[in-house]
Design a protein around this ligand. Structure first.
Ligand code: ARG
Length: 460
């Protein structure tokens, strides 16, 4: 039986099922480098403040470096008996340097230690997220550059509404992912705080220097209150919430890609690299990855609701329930990072079937607003114009023709305000080009959005 680091008060060993149930080492091994980083800063501070001798601090620091080398070389065997990452690391330190290792835990508790590990880990993830999202945003802008003049149906209620530029559609997602980027960026602010030195909950009687560990760990500031530092996980909840909003955006885009790939739409074709086949139907080319990202949105939402529920009834300060903060966070981090990378790849290799998109705006009534606006601009009250055009659309559907097929004679019977130029106004390209209001779909407006996005991306 491994002697527990907290074993002094106990007369009996731990029940084996209890030991396995309570051990977090099974799922937190990825915290190892951050745990060592935190310990190194702590021991340097213990030496600097004279809480332990400089010589002892040096021995421990060297020992930690040895453990780190073993970790990199894959020579660390994590043991359930050592319960968690902190005690696993400490047992290797003891093996390396002997009893002086026991001085490392002076003025520290696993409560501030684990919180420190989580902050360091999440900060690294957030920086990875920012890079991945920048790449996705660049991919979207590069795609949009080539799609400014691609006219497609814009939808409301999944019915053809008004023609738009595909560039406008893409740039809408650029804006959403930019806000996701900003949310993760803000998340860094609340993750960039140092809990180390809070000890178990109340601080410590040792003359520690929290500002020094804050500097050494590259945190922005120490937590101002020791109980807050060890007992809250709102920085993780912010992350899980931001991850959920991001997945919602990705999932909507996936849903659109799925529609666009269908036989009914045929707006885009995915690269083989992002499609899979069927074991029974030889003709199938399935957009599996888009479905999978849409599906994985469920677990990311679940991780948020899971941790919110864990936290809601916890009295201050540390409670073992908090150990449940890890798996969901790790899972969401892995899931969103991969999803964003795959989405970048899927979009950058996708073929856009421009002519199919354009044709689909010619066999529909998405130009009905143009006719109503035309009449309104000539002085007819818009409500009246709407009524006239509505009746005309009904008549056309009965005859199986479109607004551009109605003769000038029939138009003039409808209203003397209608002249020959109506046929130009009814063209989908013209409808797009004329929507010049700020943020509208005109080609110029999309170009302006792209230029602004490029400027924004240059700043990162
Ligand atoms: N494995 C624990 C966690 O993740 C580490 C902190 C343990 N502290 C304690 N007092 N049992 O929360």
């Amino acid at each position: 039986m491994v002697e527990k680091l907290w074993g002094g008060r106990f007369e009996q060993g731990l029940d084996q099922q209890t030991e396995e149930y309570g051990a977090s080492i099974k799922f937190e091994q990825r915290l190892a480098p951050f745990d060592l980083q935190g310990s190194l800063a702590h021991v340097k501070m213990l030496g600097e403040t004279g809480i332990i001798s400089q010589d002892e601090a040096k021995q421990i620091a060297q020992g930690l470096e040895l453990v780190e080398q073993k970790l990199i070389a894959g020579e660390i065997e994590f043991k359930i008996e050592n319960e968690d990452i902190h005690m696993n690391m400490e047992s290797y330190l003891t093996q390396a340097i002997g009893p002086v290792a026991g001085k490392l835990h002076t003025a520290r508790s696993r409560n501030d230690q684990v919180a420190t590990d989580m902050h360091l880990y999440l900060k690294a993830v957030l920086n990875q997220m920012l890079s991945a999202l920048t790449k996705l945003r660049e991919t979207i802008v590069n795609l949009a550059v080539n799609q400014v003049d691609t006219v497609m149906p814009g939808y409301t209620h999944l019915q053809h509404a008004q023609p738009i530029s595909f560039g406008q559609h893409l740039m809408a997602y650029y804006q959403m992912f930019t806000r996701d980027f900003e949310r993760f960026e803000f998340n860094i602010k609340h993750t960039n705080m140092n809990p180390l030195g809070a000890a178990a909950l109340a601080g410590t009687t040792f003359p520690i220097d929290r500002k020094l560990t804050t500097r050494l760990l590259d945190f922005e500031k120490p937590y101002a209150n020791s109980m807050d530092a060890v007992s809250d996980r709102d920085f993780i909840l912010e992350f899980l919430s931001n991850a959920s909003v991001l997945m919602m955006h990705l999932s909507r885009l996936c849903e659109e890609i799925l529609l666009w790939c269908s036989h009914e739409f045929q707006f885009v074709t995915l690269s083989d690299a992002y499609s899979t086949g069927s074991s029974i139907m030889p003709q199938k080319k399935n957009p599996d990855l888009a479905e999978l990202i849409r599906g994985k949105t469920g677990r990311v939402y679940g991780n948020l609701v899971g941790l919110l529920t864990v936290m809601k009834g916890l009295p201050l300060a540390y409670n073992k329930d908090l150990q449940e903060d890890k798996e969901g966070m790790f899972d969401s981090a892995d899931t969103i990072l991969t999803a964003v990378e795959i989405m970048s790849g899927m979009l950058s290799t996708m073929t856009v079937n421009k002519s199919v998109m354009e044709t689909s705006t010619q066999k529909d009534f998405s130009n009905a607003t143009e006719l109503a606006d035309y009449l309104a601009k000539k002085g007819l009250p818009f409500r009246q114009a709407h009524e006239i055009v509505g009746k005309l659309v009904l008549d056309c559907t009965k005859k199986g023709i479109y607004l551009q097929d109605v003769s000038l004679e029939d138009y003039q019977k409808l209203s003397v305000l209608i002249e020959k130029d109506i046929y130009t106004v009814l063209q989908s390209e013209v409808a797009v080009a004329r929507r010049t209001s700020l943020g509208g779909t005109s080609f110029d407006s999309v170009l302006a959005q792209i230029a602004a996005a490029k400027d924004e991306l240059k700043k990162h």
